[in-house]
Design a protein around this ligand. Structure first.
Ligand code: NAP
Length: 310
């Protein structure tokens, strides 16, 4: 069966594209991927999504997105795309050994949390090391934890962790935060959070059985190395776009984000559209992702009309 549009990804971008494509009667098929609902499903309160003046929990918001898309006939499958071939039309998408064909594709695969690349970080992930305070904060009641990073994510994670941990210390490699002023203020005014400036995380001590016991820190100015006891480490150092599947087919920028043409979601290949964090390294908000999802569905609709009339 040849589909009109397949949407890969199910965060705010993918599910908004699904709602618009479904309402345009394009009968979209959505492959939700490894993290259905996207990054908001590992967030707690979303306070800045318009229309929810009292805030809403991330997973609840994404359930609403999905319900809305399904109400108009979008088919949402909890499946993970493993391969694509955009070399000929119709485009091909694989989920393991199942093949799907489509006249157009909307890519909304988002981005994934970045890690430092330490051996100990990999070994102790899930045993005291985490990239998601919302998922794992609960395990650190009355404990001391470190958060690595100086952006909005690090501030958000640090604040959130004070609901559980008694001592939250941010490790930042510079003497200035990248985070927005409001997020910085929240951290600075939170008595449970402190910041270690000009500091990098060199190693994490601990074991799979007993969890994290300490971190090795380096002062970037003096070069001095010190060890500090702690119970957990949270990484909040940004994200990498999920574009490995598309590398051979589409133009990507130097950070591997999909390049889209000005004021549109068109990629370098006609009939393939990209929306949300997979093509946006700047704004990266749920609302901007949703907006670009809407654009992608409208761009796909126009493209489908053009190939039908030619
Ligand atoms: P980000 O803004 O790219 O910040 C990443 C932070 O990690 C930076 O401070 C960076 O240090 C540090 N970092 C990166 N690689 C590192 C390494 N190898 N070692 C040590 N430190 C490293 O990423 P983000 O905080 O995830 O935010 C991404 C976007 O989402 C932003 O646009 C942000 O505004 C948005 N966001 C918004 C909210 C909100 O409004 N509620 C919440 C979360 C995220 P340098 O500063 O030295 O580069």
């Amino acid at each position: 069966m040849n589909r009109k549009v397949i949407i890969i990804g199910s965060g705010p971008a993918g599910l908004t594209a699904a709602t618009y494509a479904a309402r345009a009667n394009l009968k979209p098929l959505v492959f939700e991927g490894a993290q259905p609902g996207g990054q908001l499903t590992i967030t707690t309160d979303v306070e800045n999504y318009p229309g929810f003046p009292d805030g809403i929990m991330g997973p609840d918001l994404m359930d609403k997105f999905r319900d809305q898309a399904k109400r108009f006939g979008a088919e949402c499958h909890f499946k993970h795309v493993t391969k694509v071939d955009f070399g000929s039309h119709p485009f091909k998408v694989w989920v393991a050994d199942e093949t799907y064909l489509s006249d157009s594709i909307i890519i909304a695969t988002g981005a994934t949390a970045r890690l430092l690349g330490l051996e100990s970080e990999k070994e102790l992930m899930g045993h005291g090391v985490s990239a998601c305070a919302t998922c794992d904060g609960f395990f650190f009641k009355d404990k001391k934890v470190f958060v690595v990073g100086g952006g909005d994510s690090a501030m958000e994670e640090a604040n959130f962790l004070t609901k559980f941990a008694s001592d939250v210390q941010i490790i930042h490699r510079r003497d200035e935060l990248r985070a927005s002023k409001i997020m910085q203020d929240r951290v600075i005014n939170n008595p449970k959070v402190s910041i270690q400036w000009n500091t990098t995380l060199e190693n994490i001590e601990g074991s799979i059985d007993d969890g994290v016991s300490a971190v090795v820190l380096r002062d970037t100015i003096s070069g001095d190395v010190r060890m500090e006891k702690c119970d957990g480490v949270f990484l909040a150092i940004g994200h990498t776009p999920n574009t490995e599947l598309f590398d051979n087919f589409l133009d990507l920028d130097n950070k591997k984000y999909i390049c889209t043409k000005n004021n549109s979601t068109k990629t370098s290949l006609s009939g393939i559209f990209a929306c949300g964090d997979v093509q946006d390294s700047i704004y990266r908000q749920a609302i901007t992702a949703a907006g670009s999802g809407c654009m992608a569905a409208m761009d796909a609709e126009k493209y489908l009309e053009s190939i039908e009339s030619s």
